[in-house]
Write a new protein. Structure first.
Lengths: 324, 320
């Protein structure tokens, strides 16, 4: 098998609190290959961003990696020092967040920000970097790129700013992009533009992408495989078509059914009873057991098996027919 | 019967720089047209949805509907009474109690230092009404517990807080509730609970909703009639089935095409061109013409009037 670009092996993140240790990420494993987009979904607080932040070494203390490993192109990166991680972050891992302003320096012209990033991470001259800054903006679809390099971030609309952030994330030619809700703040028409852009760049450059979003439609259209997180754990992992059309985990199934689209023509939406537990009160056994229609004694006692390459963390995964 | 009747509704905002700067830079006053000549009616006991992208004027219309913002031009009539021009205080009071609003952010719209009981009965208490046992009754109606009355907002999850907002909106036994993105801050599973609750309450109390949302799937599920806004203008109005199955306005078509689909595996969308123009200097004629794939000369010149087309209303020169 080809070596994946990113590989999480049983990753756990812990936060010590006054009421004990909580685990926002609990034994999560998944891989992302070159040119592949992995979608990560789950309810607010499920641990999606925490897992992404662990990969880029940006966990806010006291949150820390407590167990497991992170591998990037065959090297372990979870134990790097701060300085080594910082270098890796711009060079090998690009980041795109929900709010483009967090990634841009408001006081610098965007051309200068691109040039600075390239000079830090690539072995090129100032004039080459300047040329490439223009082509980087052209590539992400900024009209009049040659003049726009001289603009400041506030002179762009939200959608244009997010394009600039993508240009910045890509300019050092990273092998992995972590995009955490990159289109959540944008309108559908602009979202469609950004998603098309991410897909094209991923395909053309073979970049691996971790796309964190709560929008099932975006997941369906943009990703190759998807991971469903629940209370810090991986509930289901697999090719997007399989997971969305024939979910095997009762949680994924309930989640899909509760979207208005799935209930077309029905007067009521499917409801999953209750709510995702807070991290300080995750139930014993399968974390979903108090809300699951199929719970047995076993589910209350033993944590469900972890999903391997394609399956659900459930003692009684829904059969493909039953789920459809 | 129409409970809400909106005619030529228009709202401008003064976005001029301070007077001195204008004098130095020799600039005119600048106005932003947030809502422009909008007409629609909402039948009693129905759900009318307003959809549109950010800045299209949805919230501005909602705020004018409930009387939080006066129109620059045009009228809002609720049950035959025009709040902006009515002089009879008793009538105004009556109508105000009939209208309530729910906002997107259930975190910001609850006073963190008040107990849930006091938050919920506030609209009634403010009018000097009887609040005995009211909070407890409403909490049960929205699926929370009587025990929750003594708690503070921070002790609740997002979905529970939105239920508290709904309970508060119900306190004065309104007939019309304007819901501005009521589930946009919620997860899908929680959204399902809140939308079901809204449907149940509508059936039980004969409520009328104006539902503001940018989420087409939510709108399709909830609405009896849908109005599509672009740059402060109503461009199309139709029943959900017609709108989704045979959209008539080029903007509606573009919006539906761009919206991601749950069964759209690997779908290659040709993303729409351009972005929403500046509302301070909107395009001439049809505001959509610079992005419209079928625009002709007339579209640049004349603003299309709203006209009936089948069961829909469309503001487009070329739609058929
Ligand atoms: N300092 C802290 N102490 C305790 N719990 C924390 C702390 N910081 C974060 N958490 C918890 O960690 C969990 C994981 O949060 P994370 O941001 O990864 O969620 P997410 O899946 O990205 O959600 P969202 O969709 O809202 O972005 C949350 O439940 C949050 O409450
Ligand atoms: N108080 C104000 N002063 C100046 N401009 C305003 C004011 N309120 C709204 N606007 C402008 O009016 C237009 C319509 O805004 P509105 O909030 O109604 O849009 P919306 O459709 O609700 O958008 P969103 O989906 O982002 O909530 C926008 O261009 C907005 O910037
Ligand atoms: S009026 Fe003209 S520009 Fe406007 S939507 Fe119709 S065809 Fe397009
Ligand atoms: Mg997050
Ligand atoms: Mg709004």
């Amino acid at each position: 098998m080809v070596e994946p670009v990113l590989s999480l092996r049983n990753l756990s993140v812990e936060i010590p609190t006054r009421h004990g240790i909580v685990k926002p990420v609990d034994g999560v494993s998944y891989d992302i290959g070159a040119g592949e987009i992995l979608g990560v979904v789950g309810e607010s607080g499920a641990g999606k961003s925490m897992a992404g932040n662990a990969v880029i070494g940006l966990l806010n203390p006291p949150a820390h990696i407590a167990a497991g490993e992170i591998w990037l192109k065959g090297s372990r990166i979870d134990n790097l020092t701060g300085e080594a991680m910082r270098r890796l972050r711009g060079k090998e891992i690009g980041m795109v967040f929900q709010d483009p302003l967090t990634s841009l320096n408001p006081l610098l012209r965007i051309g200068d920000q691109l040039v600075e990033t390239m000079l830090t991470h690539l072995d090129i001259s100032q004039s080459d970097a300047e040329k490439r800054a223009v082509s980087a903006l052209e590539e992400v679809g900024i009209p009049g790129a040659a003049e726009r390099v001289n603009s400041y971030p506030h002179e762009f609309s939200g959608g244009m700013r997010q394009r600039v952030v993508i240009a910045l994330a890509l300019c050092a030619e990273p092998s992995l992009i972590i995009a955490d809700e990159p289109t959540t703040a944008l309108d559908v028409s602009v979202q469609a533009q950004i998603i098309a852009l991410l897909r094209r760049l991923c395909r053309e450059r073979g970049t691996a992408v971790m796309l964190i979003t709560h929008d099932m439609g975006v997941i369906a259209e943009a990703t190759d495989r998807m991971a469903v997180m629940y209370a810090g754990r991986l509930a289901e992992l697999g090719p997007v078509r399989d997971v969305l059309s024939h979910p095997q985990h009762p949680y994924t199934h309930g989640l899909m059914a509760s979207t208005p689209l799935a209930s077309a023509g029905k007067s009521r939406l499917h409801q999953i009873p209750g709510a995702m537990p807070r991290l300080d009160s995750v139930p014993e056994g399968c974390a979903f057991n108090p809300r699951c229609p199929y719970t047995t004694e076993k589910c209350r006692q033993a944590p469900a098996p972890r999903p391997e390459s394609t399956s659900a963390a459930c003692w009684y995964p829904l059969a493909r027919e039953k789920a459809s | 019967m129409a409970l809400v009747k909106i005619q030529n509704l228009t709202r401008l905002f003064d976005v001029s720089k301070p007077w001195l700067n204008r004098m130095i830079e020799r600039r005119e006053k600048a106005f932003l047209t947030a809502v422009s000549d909008v007409d629609f009616q909402v039948d009693e006991r129905s759900t009318y949805a307003l959809v549109g992208e950010s800045g299209s004027g949805k919230s501005t219309i909602g705020r004018m509907l409930v009387g939080l913002l006066p129109p620059t031009k045009g009228t809002v009539e609720i049950d035959g009474i025009d709040l902006a021009n009515e002089t009879d205080d008793a009538k105004i009071d009556k109508i105000r109690a009939d209208i309530q609003m729910i906002f997107q952010d259930p975190f910001a719209s609850l006073n963190p230092r008040w107990r849930v009981r006091d938050i919920i009965v506030e609209p009634v208490a403010a009018r000097g009404g009887n609040t005995d046992g009211l909070a407890e009754k409403l909490l049960e109606q929205v699926g929370l517990s009587v025990m929750d009355a003594g708690k503070f907002p921070h002790e609740f999850s997002g979905g529970q807080r939105q239920r508290i907002c709904i309970a508060r909106a119900l306190a004065s036994e309104p007939r019309l509730i304007v819901c501005d993105e009521p589930t946009s801050a919620l997860d899908v599973s929680v959204q399902a609970q809140v939308l079901n609750l809204m449907s149940d309450l509508k059936d039980n109390f004969g409520l009328t909703y104006v539902l503001i949302s940018h989420d087409l799937t939510v709108v399709r599920h909830m609405a009896d009639r849908i109005g599509v806004l672009y740059l402060g203008r109503l461009v199309e109005e139709a029943d959900p089935q017609d709108l989704f199955e045979s959209p008539k306005h080029p903007y509606t078509k573009m919006l539906l095409e761009a919206a991601p689909r749950m069964d759209g595996f690997g779908r290659e969308v040709t993303p729409p061109d351009g972005e929403i123009p500046d509302p301070i200097n909107p395009p001439s004629g049809c505001a959509f013409h610079p992005r419209c794939p079928v625009a002709e000369d007339i579209c640049k010149r004349d603003r299309p009037a709203m006209r009936a087309l089948g069961g829909a209303r469309v503001a487009c020169h070329l739609a058929d």
